[in-house]
Ligand binder design. Sequence first.
Ligand code: SF4
Length: 371
Amino acid sequence: VSPFKALESEVMGQYFKLRQKLEAGAQFIVTQLGYDARKFHEALLMVRHLGYPNVPVVGNIYVLTPPPARLMHRNGLPGCVVTDELLAQIEAESPSRAAAQSAARERAARLYAVMRGMGYAGAHIGGHGLRYADVEAIIERGEELAPNWIDLVPEFDYPQPNGWYYFDRDPETGLNRETPAAKTAPGPKSWGYRLMRLMGHGMFDTTGPLFKPMRAAAERIDGTPWAPRIARAEHVAKVISSECLHCGDCALPDLAYLCVTSQCPKGERNGPCGGSRDGWCEVYPGEKQCIYVRAYDRLKPYGEEDTLGSYHIPPANYDLLYTSSWLNFFMGRDHTAKRLGVEPPGKTEGDRAKAQTQAKPSKAPSTDAEA
Ligand code: SF4
């Protein structure tokens, strides 16, 4: 999990995914590397807050020398954050290579002590050119410093500009209280999304007014020469609305009517990767927002942002590739139909009752001929 995110939508995306991992039985959690003690503390509190106090959390310590610090500072290593202040500090303490390495190891040991003090179960220590002896020395020094860990917290006070934290700040320690902080105000409702919601509810919600007629029509069309024509028409409409790639197992309803297949370069169906920065996708920084940031922002004005990550989305079923996802839904074949309990025709209780009625003889066969 990466708590080192600036926007509420990014932070929450990380924690929705964390919740899914814990619910799926994760036996331990490892954080992204970082240098903000309050964020490390937040990730630890979040695992408890989600109801998993016994799941061990391992903190990621990267022994940070000037070259990787510069790389991370310019977002050259997605998800690894080095702020202006931290870079300035690292440059100032590095008059020589030896001094830089010594300062980096000391910082790593201090971070180890802070993590140990706040309750981390272990540390993943890494760094360029690190030897076993270096790791051992960092652990030994960290253990030595651990009893006074709280005094070291101010050395890891590198928040991102306007960074959002899930919990309220504790002014005494510089870490967090266990009370959730206020969320930011929701943005405006977009007209495009309003329209998609309206159509989605009308046709694909099992209680929607058009669900039954659409399903009846789908039963008549499926398997006829009309089915590929419907697939083509659907594809054209969805290319215009959602840059559809015609997977046939549509995930638009799962992500606020945004297509994860075409608009997330990694096709992340169950929560964001760790690489976004300031809301931008790690593959297109400054060009495209992360799809999970967009989905969160679309859902928030409706108070539905917590529905993200509330169920598992399976991989696209490639048996359905280039077929109509509308037909696949109404015929009970795609993942959304399975999630909502839309059974294939002939399998619903109504269908079974109908089939039984049809199978019953209406009257006894005549015996006139025999007579
Ligand atoms: S849109 Fe980009 S940043 Fe967001 S999950 Fe996909 S690859 Fe990661």
